[in-house]
Design a protein around this ligand. Structure first.
Ligand code: PEP
Ligand code: MG
Length: 584
């Protein structure tokens, strides 16, 4: 019988194949009390299972393909950290000692306590980390039972059209699928920001998460269609539906192949205007994907990912940062690399922020709190270390420094003072850097856009961060699903702030780009071009499809419909004007 399930689309594309069900590891364990004389032996049983899991994770890390998405290594590191964290290890040992629980019982009891604690946390991102702890505990329980978790082995021999269906998939286990031929996946659990969703997006596999009851309703070998564009899963489709989706799938594959042909063509509009297409990267080696996609530079290097997932919560030293920045610069081989200073806080908390005693952990509203440059200015030594590392990398290519979340003149001035101080320190140490390195600001707070002359006077370039500009203009927490329907890039207020910033920067002769998600959405390319944008920065996977839109656009014919969009405030009027932009 055919039926359809609905979930959250997290990775685009269409997959058609047979369901391959992965049963959730049973957390059903024996409960018994041990004798006092058995306590040390029971603790040793726990330690030895811990060693087995450490070996499993080390083997996964060693098996990582050179081109594996960078998030994958980070996920293994998170699991290794959890495996050795006192909240799991010490508390479990205490339960064995004080209550004389067998290790499996102690471990699941501690998992339950931690789960209750995480359920009370408001932050969606943190709530989703509960799944990481469950996955680590599952591994330890399996090691105790003598069965190591090896999905690669389990799925060996699976057919080519396999679609994985699971209650949940650990990101570390997802990596094992990289060497398997499978076409998509569906999970009961997960949200847009869950690790599994992040990995799926970076692997480019069609996926739907949060498809409730999928693993209960879908049976092994059922024929299923995953529509990753809409978060729909069709089970046992009727022949006509199957035919339709097979057709759509082949169309998409053809489009992808055609797009590859655009890689080496110059990025020019029909009227001959050259457009710069740059890439957003998170870690130095992502620069390879940028080059592969034909990017002409890195428009945004989000350096906070170097600071997150650090062992023991320590901050990376100057040398470690310098090596990372230099690596990206060298990989880009003379093309510009825009390195953004650390942007932590809000939905990207950093363990070290809690230790500064500034009350960050209890900040009532972290998105409006000590985030990005605000935190950097409150930690001048940390900031100077990063600035020195970035400046030193500038001796190896073309580096630009980008500052996130600026709003006030004094913040800009303080930042520029610290950059001068970092240069002085390098001079004293006799270390090389490019003295002409350009300094730019993210325009991502409405106040920055409205008070643009403050920025135009002080900085060399600007980059519009539409993700935060939308969040702060509309007062919508971008990480909060309950208000996700109000997060609207096409709200007239947002469009006016972008258009104003582009126009004023151009008038002042200050280069300006857009590096938020809007830049990578081909549905918005013409609108941004019509507003005067000539420099886009986006995830490398979006680059060619945006390029295609640019090659088909004519700035002359966009002028009138884009002016109509900016003159429209009523939704009906705005929709009509947007349609004219799409057809221009
Ligand atoms: C933005 O806000 O648009 C941006 C690019 O920065 P991030 O998404 O890292 O906040
Ligand atoms: Mg931002």
């Amino acid at each position: 019988m055919s039926f359809t399930l609905h979930g959250i689309p997290v990775s685009r594309g269409i997959a058609i194949g047979r369901a391959y069900l992965i049963a959730p590891a049973a957390l059903d364990v024996d409960h018994y009390l041990i004798e006092p004389a058995e306590i040390e032996g029971e603790i040793e049983r726990f330690r030895s299972a811990q060693r087995v899991v450490t070996q499993e994770l080390d083997a996964l890390r060693a098996d990582l393909a050179a081109d594996a998405p960078t998030e994958m290594g980070a996920f293994i590191d998170v699991h290794s950290m959890i495996l050795n964290d006192a909240m799991l290890v010490q508390e479990t040992i205490d339960l064995i000692r004080t209550r004389r629980y067998n290790v499996e019982w102690a471990l699941t009891e501690q998992l339950e306590r931690l789960s209750r604690h995480f359920d009370e946390v408001d932050d969606e991102y943190l709530r989703e980390r509960k799944a990481d702890i469950e996955q680590v505990v599952e591994r330890v329980l399996k090691a105790l039972a003598g069965a190591s978790v090896n999905l690669a082995h389990n799925v060996h021999g699976a057919c080519d059209e396999m679609i994985v269906v699971a209650h949940d998939i650990a990101p570390a286990d997802m990596m094992q699928f990289k060497t398997q031929t499978f076409q998509g996946f569906v999970t009961d659990l997960g949200g847009r920001t869950s690790h599994t969703a992040i990995v799926a997006r970076s692997l480019g596999i069609p996926a739907a998460v949060g498809v409730q009851q999928a693993s209960a309703l879908i049976r092994q070998d059922d024929l299923i269609i995953v529509d990753g564009d809409h978060g729909i899963v069709i089970v046992d489709p009727a022949p006509i539906v199957l035919e339709e989706y097979t057709y759509r799938q082949s169309e998409k594959a053809l489009e992808q192949r055609k797009l590859q042909r655009l890689k080496f063509s110059p990025t020019k509009t029909l009227c001959g205007t050259h457009i710069e297409l740059c890439a957003n990267i998170e870690l130095p080696d992502d620069a390879r994907a940028a080059i592969d996609a034909g990017a002409t530079g890195v428009g945004l290097f989000r350096t906070e990912f170097l600071f997150m997932n650090q062992k023991d919560g320590r901050l990376p030293e100057e040398e470690e940062q310098f090596d990372a920045y230099r690596r990206a610069v060298e990989l880009m081989n003379g093309m510009p690399v825009t390195i953004r200073t650390i942007d932590v806080g809000a939905d990207k908390p950093l363990e070290a922020m809690g230790s500064t005693g500034d009350g960050y952990e209890t900040a009532p509203n972290p998105a409006l709190g000590l985030r990005a440059i605000r935190w950097s200015l409150s930690e001048p030594q940390m900031f100077l270390t990063q600035l020195r590392a970035i400046l030193r990398a500038s001796a190896f290519g073309c580096v630009k420094i980008l500052i996130p979340m600026l709003a006030h003149a004094q913040e800009i001035d303080q930042t520029l003072d610290l950059i001068r101080e970092a240069k002085r320190q390098l001079d004293d140490a006799g270390l090389a850097y490019d003295p002409t390195v350009k300094i730019g600001a993210m325009i991502e707070i409405p106040a920055a856009a409205i008070a643009l002359p403050l920025f135009l006077k002080r900085l060399d370039f600007l980059s519009i961060g539409t993700n935060d500009l939308i969040q702060y203009t509309l007062a919508i927490d971008r990480a909060d699903n309950s208000v996700a329907h109000l997060y609207d890039p096409l709200h007239p207020a947002v469009l006016h702030l972008i258009a104003f910033t582009l126009r004023e920067a151009k008038r002042a002769g200050v280069p300006v780009s857009v590096c938020g998600e809007m830049a990578g959405d081909p549905a918005l390319t013409r609108l941004l071009l019509g507003m005067g944008l000539t420099e886009f920065s986006m995830h490398p996977s979006q680059l060619l499809v945006v390029k295609q839109e640019i090659l088909r656009s004519n700035l002359k014919t966009l002028e009138k419909p884009v002016a109509d969009v900016l003159a429209a405030f009523e939704p009906g009027e705005l929709d009509a004007a947007l349609k004219r932009v799409a057809q221009a």
